[in-house]
Structures are given as structure tokens and as C-alpha cells.
Ligand binder design. Structure first.
Ligand SMILES: Nc1ncnc2c1ncn2[C@@H]1O[C@H](COP(=O)(O)OP(=O)(O)OP(=O)(O)O)[C@@H](O)[C@H]1O
Length: 194
């Protein structure tokens, strides 16, 4: 079965505002879907619905495999050196240290291993959050503005990580104002649903 994620006639209400309804989509292994649209269109809300952090007002969200999320919330313990902060998540995700080492290499973070998370720059912190997603081994990546604050080199590493993940049978749901140069990217214009 290649399908990893299915949304069926999902509605989302935030506060007293209906953001969208009747939204159906499916992601299979290797797929990437770009959620685009203006500020407030509901891109982050849709990502949070899939992550299980919001409940749909109607419809169903089903995934067969684990999800890993990057959003504006700080995922890593600010007090810990980066490597140890990522190791904490590796234990939660039940992956070994090799996965963390590889993910740190993917995001060029090895030189920052001993730096406390609180001292990382904005872009470095995004790279660290992305390394957490990569190391998690989760087949479904939920990426909410993952490139915010990243320089060109970090964005290229992000795009390469996404390509590898898809080639390995993963799927990606991306909320972003930019397509980031990702190949073979399906689009959903959330602005058109409002
Ligand atoms: N906790 C909340 N309570 C009530 N309304 C909320 C809450 N969080 C977000 N909203 C509203 O939901 C709407 C959609 O927000 P969301 O963050 O999903 O949009 P977005 O498309 O990701 O926007 P952006 O491009 O600015 O990131 C906005 O009108 C926002 O004000």
C-alpha cells in the first residue's frame, strides 16, 4: 500500500471562522504537496490538523505511518547542547545515534554539536529542527515554513534532504510562501478554498 496520508472532506474552524471545508487529499510514498496561499489562508492550520494538534470540525484525517513536524514552535530543549538536544528526540523517536549523526551531517550541523540550542542563530535553529525531522525516521514530513531564516546553502540542503526522503519512500506536506525549487511538486492553493 503506497498511500501514507488521506484527508477526507475535512473542515477547519479557528475561533469562530471557517477556514476551509470539504478538503480531501492523499499523499502516497514519494509524493510532495505544496500548500500555498496568502497569510491566514489556513496552511499552518492544515499542517497542525495532520499532526494531530488540531481536531477537524468535520471529515477524517488518516495516516498509516508516523509524522514528524517542523513549525514555528521550538522543538529542541534550549538549555542543551545541540547534539544532546537531538539525542533526546532520538530516544523519543526510538532511533539510534547514527541517525542523529547522519541528520546533522545532512544539515551541516556537526561543527555546532556542542553549542547550546539557545545560542544558535535563527537559521541554525531551523537547520537543527530539520535535522530532528530527518533523524526521526518518520515517513511523513510536515514542514511548516521550514526554510524561514535559512541561507541559500541551508535551503539547498533542505531541498536535497526532501529529495532523498521521497526517493526512500517518504512523503512531504509543505506549507510555504515559496516552492523552494523542489522537483515534481504538487500544489494546493489554500487561498482558492476560502
Ligand atoms: N489559536 C487560534 N485561535 C483562533 N484563530 C486562530 C488561531 N490560530 C490561527 N488562527 C486564525 O486562523 C487563520 C489561519 O491561520 P494559519 O496560521 O493557519 O494561516 P497560514 O495560511 O498558515 O498563514 P501564514 O501564511 O501567515 O503563515 C488566521 O485567520 C488566524 O488568525
Amino acid at each position: 500500500m503506497s498511500e501514507l496520508l488521506r484527508l477526507d472532506r475535512v473542515a477547519c474552524i479557528r475561533g469562530d471562522r471557517l477556514l476551509f471545508e470539504g478538503l480531501s487529499l492523499a499523499l502516497a510514498r514519494g509524493d510532495a504537496l505544496w500548500l500555498r496561499g496568502p497569510n491566514g489562508a489556513g496552511k499552518s492550520s492544515l499542517i497542525r490538523l495532520v499532526a494531530g494538534l488540531l481536531r477537524p470540525a468535520a471529515g477524517t484525517v488518516e495516516h498509516r505511518e508516523r509524522v514528524a513536524l517542523i513549525d514555528e514552535a521550538a522543538a529542541l530543549d534550549a538549555e542543551l547542547p545541540l547534539r544532546r538536544a537531538l539525542d533526546v528526540w532520538a530516544r523519543i523517536d526510538t532511533v539510534d545515534g547514527q541517525a542523529v549523526t547522519r541528520a546533522m551531517a545532512d544539515m551541516a550541523l556537526a561543527p555546532l554539536a556542542e553549542v547550546p540550542v539557545a545560542m544558535l542563530s535563527t537559521g541554525q535553529r531551523k537547520r537543527a529542527a530539520m535535522a530532528r525531522v530527518i533523524a526521526s525516521g518518520a515517513p511523513i514530513w510536515l514542514l511548516d515554513e521550514p526554510a524561514n531564516g535559512m541561507d541559500d546553502a541551508a535551503q539547498a540542503r533542505l531541498v536535497a534532504a526532501i529529495a532523498r526522503h521521497r526517493a526512500n519512500g517518504g512523503a512531504v506536506l509543505l506549507a510555504s510562501h515559496f516552492a523552494l525549487g523542489i522537483d515534481d511538486l504538487a500544489e494546493l492553493d489554500m487561498g482558492a478554498l476560502a
